[in-house]
Design a binder for this molecule. Structure first.
Ligand SMILES: *[C@@H]1O[C@H](CO)[C@@H](O)[C@H](O)[C@H]1NC(C)=O
Ligand SMILES: *[C@@H]1O[C@H](CO)[C@@H](O)[C@H](O)[C@H]1NC(C)=O
Ligand SMILES: *[C@@H]1O[C@H](CO)[C@@H](O)[C@H](O)[C@H]1NC(C)=O
Ligand SMILES: *[C@@H]1O[C@H](CO)[C@@H](O)[C@H](O)[C@H]1NC(C)=O
Ligand SMILES: *[C@@H]1O[C@H](CO)[C@@H](O)[C@H](O)[C@H]1NC(C)=O
Ligand SMILES: *[C@@H]1O[C@H](CO)[C@@H](O)[C@H](O)[C@H]1NC(C)=O
Ligand SMILES: *[C@@H]1O[C@H](CO)[C@@H](O)[C@H](O)[C@H]1NC(C)=O
Length: 557
């Protein structure tokens, strides 16, 4: 017995040291438009990926395909620091769910193959209650230093979201506001705060596990994509207030994330009527941005103008919250594209969105992680082409997308930095940035970005710390950094309706645009593409102008 106690003590000490040095027990709050560490005030940028656990069986997807450890490890290896894990209210509020084991839940839906898959990949989870499966997943994410945002996605567990699916707005068939508040409260309680070391230790030892354990849940979002015929502002203010107050009352450490109307695309009413709350330092808003309602032809033939329009639409509906008198953080909690690259309009949308994401450096969560679903809309083992992982959950579906995300996974603006703002030249189509190497300019990745000063006055683009300027040489030739700063070939204007083309005039007075061909790292200048796609007499362009898109991204780090 005493031998065992000593052994436990040893483990406890190891655990204590490990916990103190490694654990990710972040408590976050907000300051102006930034999410910050509550203690140090340092900015913490959320770069998350969505992981659904809200469908029929109420078990996070993928546990039938891979061990939870491996899934968490692949999230981390893709550079995300956080997961937006979705859940359904009924999981906590319905008697038929609370003591349901994973095995029983899968049986209820006749998911025989999924059950066998969970048994093979995660045998330790199969006989746990579904609420404990969720906990085990969260613990594993925490153990791998990932933060978790818990998103209340639906009431009745199923695929989301239709206007008339009964899950859309307060008072809909399945969406009882009281039950919703009850569910939020239970979840907030369940994951609140730091368990004391002792409790955590005992809990883990009791379960036969000795792993690192933090308090990975840093935020809860109130409800995904409010929508449907019932939606209205007055009810929104009333119920959002109730839900937010319930979470905050139960667990004051958590960030509370608030979504808007019309599928989380409209928060514009906050302009005239801010939400009253006495916990402003915990309030974050969220928005979604998808291309599903966009006519593909607009992305394909008026890429510049449509990007400009869509971006200003997003800013007017949600993005405005980041600026003005009382800026608040905005979490772009869903966006994404078909990663099979089959849809060129979605590729265009994605680059356009990345330009905005890079420039604003907002917090975000990509839709999505999962390569497949156990059961979605009646289909068993359905593939998800928006997923980072492939159907087998083994490999990246599209390594290029992972490369494209790298730049925006970094924190590019540190509000505490004492350095002045400089600019990085970001190429959203590739996700790369311009590097001033030896002689000419290249873009090979997202790490070695050169810093520039762009002064509208004189239109020079100066390489920081040198006297050199970005200079065009000629059509089809590499751009260079030269000392000919007063040459007209060093005089750059930002043009087109997208404001993403960077152009200078050659010796004959013709416009040349910076261009990056992604199969070739050297930055060149070429004839400008699709500048006039906003003009009535030239309403469409057959080219893809995005290889000429560059965003001057403000950077302070
Ligand atoms: C769930 O199980 C607990 C513990 O066995 C029990 O006290 C509780 O009544 C059960 N709840 C339901 C709804 O079956
Ligand atoms: C599961 O299978 C049984 C027996 O074939 C059937 O009666 C039941 O309706 C099925 N349940 C679902 C949710 O498909
Ligand atoms: C967004 O909401 C505001 C206020 O409720 C409304 O006036 C506006 O029409 C909405 N915008 C869209 C695109 O639906
Ligand atoms: C962009 O918005 C303007 C102003 O609302 C509109 O006239 C134009 O047709 C839009 N362009 C596209 C490509 O949708
Ligand atoms: C960045 O530049 C350094 C030094 O030039 C080089 O060693 C490193 O490989 C580069 N990293 C990337 C990701 O390109
Ligand atoms: C650098 O750019 C100059 C001018 O465009 C070009 O002549 C030269 O070949 C380039 N050098 C390399 C290494 O690409
Ligand atoms: C990009 O570079 C590749 C390889 O050098 C070339 O085959 C292709 O035509 C180039 N594309 C454009 C649009 O210039």
């Amino acid at each position: 017995m005493s031998h065992l106690n000593n052994k436990l003590l040893d483990i406890a000490l190891v655990f204590l040291v490990y916990f103190a040095t490694h654990s990710h027990s972040e408590v976050l709050s907000t300051r102006s438009r930034w999410i910050v560490d509550a203690k140090s005030g340092q900015r913490v940028k959320l770069a998350c990926v969505n992981w659904p656990g809200h469908l029929h069986a109420m078990i996070p997807e993928g546990l039938q395909k891979k061990p939870v450890k491996d899934i968490a490890a692949s999230v981390a290896s893709m550079g995300f620091n956080c997961v937006r894990l979705t859940w359904a209210t009924y999981m906590f509020t319905k008697d038929s769910s609370v003591n349901l084991t994973a095995a029983q839940s899968l049986d209820r839906w006749n998911l025989t193959a999924a059950k066998a898959g969970v048994a093979a990949n995660n045998p330790q989870l199969l006989d746990l209650d579904i609420v404990d499966v969720q906990k085990a997943v969260i613990d594993e994410l925490g153990a791998q230093n990932l933060m978790v945002v818990l998103d209340n996605h639906v009431s009745l567990p199923k695929w989301c979201c239709d206007n008339d699916d009964g899950n859309g707005f307060f008072g809909d068939k399945y969406f009882d506001p009281k039950e919703w508040v009850q569910g939020l409260t239970m979840v907030a309680k369940r994951y609140k705060g730091n368990p004391t070391l002792k409790e955590a230790f005992h809990l883990h030892v009791a379960k036969g596990l000795v792993t690192k354990l933090g308090a990975p849940v840093v935020a809860m979002s109130l409800r995904n994509e409010l929508r449907g015929p019932r939606q209205n502002e007055n009810d929104w203010y009333q119920y959002i207030q109730e839900g937010a107050t319930a979470i905050h009352g139960e667990s004051p450490d958590l960030l509370v994330i608030v979504s808007g109307l019309i599928f989380d695309t409209n928060l514009s009413f906050l302009r005239n009527r801010p939400m009253a709350s006495n916990f402003n330092k915990k309030l974050v808003y969220e928005a979604h941005w998808y291309p599903f309602n966009d006519p593909p032809a607009k992305w394909l033939h008026q890429t510049n103008e449509f990007c400009a329009n869509t971006t200003s639409w997003f800013m007017s509906q949600s993005g405005f919250l980041l600026s003005g008198k009382n800026p608040v953080p905005l979490f772009l909690s869903e966006f994404g594209k078909d990663q099979s690259d089959a849809k060129e309009d979605q590729n265009r949308y994605f680059s356009c969105l990345l330009a905005y994401l890079a420039e604003t450096d907002i917090d975000w969560s990509l839709w999505t992680l999962q390569g497949s679903y156990m059961l979605r809309e009646g289909q068993i083992d359905q593939e998800e082409t928006f997923g980072m992982l492939d159907f087998s959950w083994d490999h990246l579906r599209n390594p290029t997308v992972r490369e494209m995300l790298k730049f925006t996974q970094k924190m590019n603006q540190d509000p505490q930095s004492k350095h002045p703002t400089s600019y990085v030249m970001y190429h959203p189509q590739s996700g790369r940035c311009v590097e001033a190497g030896n002689e000419n300019l290249t873009a090979t990745g997202s790490q070695n970005c050169s810093r520039w000063r762009y002064s509208k006055h004189g239109n020079r683009i100066k390489l920081l710390g040198t006297s050199g300027c970005l200079t065009a040489v000629g059509d089809g030739l590499p751009a260079v950094v030269s000392n000919h700063c007063s040459s007209q070939k060093s005089k750059w204007r930002i043009v087109s309706s997208s404001k993403l083309h960077v152009t200078a005039k050659d010796d004959q007075g013709r416009d040349l645009c910076l261009e990056l061909n992604s199969s070739n790292p050297t930055l060149v200048t070429k004839k400008c593409l699709c500048l006039g796609d906003d003009l009535k007499d030239a309403p469409s362009c057959e080219e893809n102008p995005q290889r000429q898109w560059f965003k001057f991204v403000p950077t302070r780090a």
